[in-house]
Design a protein around this ligand. Structure first.
Ligand code: HXC
Length: 257
């Protein structure tokens, strides 16, 4: 597939996806949605890719769903086409995905960042769910994921008033894993991604699945799920290699099997 709204680049075992609609501050239209999902699901099917980095520009990760594209839509079109349901294919990707966010991550942009596995933020990052100012509300998981990330009070305030938060507040409230100087964002994201991609891919996928379980089930069920997956890891070669390497005091050479 030839992409027009994103750039993709494979760096070793990492796929870098850069949102690229600069004139619209990377607003998420249907084409960009299809292209991001296509690139991510292809990478997921490729054992040579161990991590994906999703980023935007210095000015905007993404300023939201494309308002101009949505403006005239009818209820029948939104409901009939189940608009935004395709993003479930993105959240089903098993390969770890790091969001590297600089500038605006608003509305659907904030939601897209939250659909990744963790968010690294530049000190210029601005997060918000301003949809209420447009007469709508978050539509790709923002009302649910933001609440799980930052708690009810802050999520409610942001969704009801449309107030943005800066990078420092986002880190303080647990929305992002770390804040780094803007000029180091991509390097830091690539470093984290290369570290992940050097691990065993099946083990990283199982780890992602286990952490995500914490959002979807009770503590008792989640701990049981974790234990069963932990047991299953002993069927992999990489568990044998990782532990042998430790005992033999040498770096592990994972073969992703
Ligand atoms: C379409 C957008 C856009 C968007 C910006 N642009 N955001 N186009 N959809 N979400 C376009 C502008 O129209 C403009 O193009 C160009 O990008 C530059 O934007 P400016 O507004 O001129 O830039 P600036 O003054 O720097 O302001 C930046 C901004 C502002 C604060 C980010 O653009 C803004 O408030 N954008 C909308 C943010 C928002 O409401 N997001 C939520 C969208 S709803 P032209 O050609 O006009 O100059 C949403 C729903 C989610 O996300 C639910 C399901 C997905």
């Amino acid at each position: 597939m030839d992409y027009e709204t994103i750039l993709t680049e494979t760096r070793g075992r990492v796929l870098l996806i850069t949102l690229n609609r600069p004139k619209a501050l990377n607003a998420i239209n249907r084409q960009l949605t299809a292209e991001v999902i296509d690139a991510a699901t292809r990478a997921d099917a490729d054992p040579e890719i161990g991590c994906i980095v999703l980023t935007g520009s210095a000015r905007a990760f993404a300023a939201g769903a494309d308002i101009k594209e949505m403006q005239a839509a009818t209820y029948a079109e939104m409901y009939g086409g189940d608009r935004f349901a395709d993003w479930e294919r993105f959240t089903a990707v098993r390969t770890p995905i790091v969001a590297a966010v600089a500038g605006y991550a608003l509305g659907g942009g904030c939601e897209l960042a939250m659909m990744c596995d963790f968010i690294l933020a530049a000190d210029t990052a601005v997060f918000g769910q301003p949809e209420i100012k447009l007469g709508v509300m978050p539509g790709i998981g923002g009302s649910q994921r933001l609440t799980r990330f930052v708690g009810k009070s802050k999520a409610m305030e942001m969704c009801l008033t449309g107030r943005n938060m800066d990078a420092a507040e986002a880190e303080r409230s647990g929305l992002v894993s770390r804040v780094v100087p803007a000029d180091q964002l991509l390097d830091e994201a690539m470093k984290a991604a290369e570290t992940i991609a050097a691990m065993s891919l099946p083990i990283a996928m199982m780890t992602k699945e286990a952490v995500n379980r914490a959002y979807e089930t009770t503590l008792t069920e989640g701990v049981r799920f974790e234990r069963r997956v932990f047991h299953a890891m002993f069927a992999t070669r990489d568990q044998k290699e990782g532990m042998a390497a430790f005992v033999e005091k040498r770096p592990a050479r994972f073969t992703h099997e």
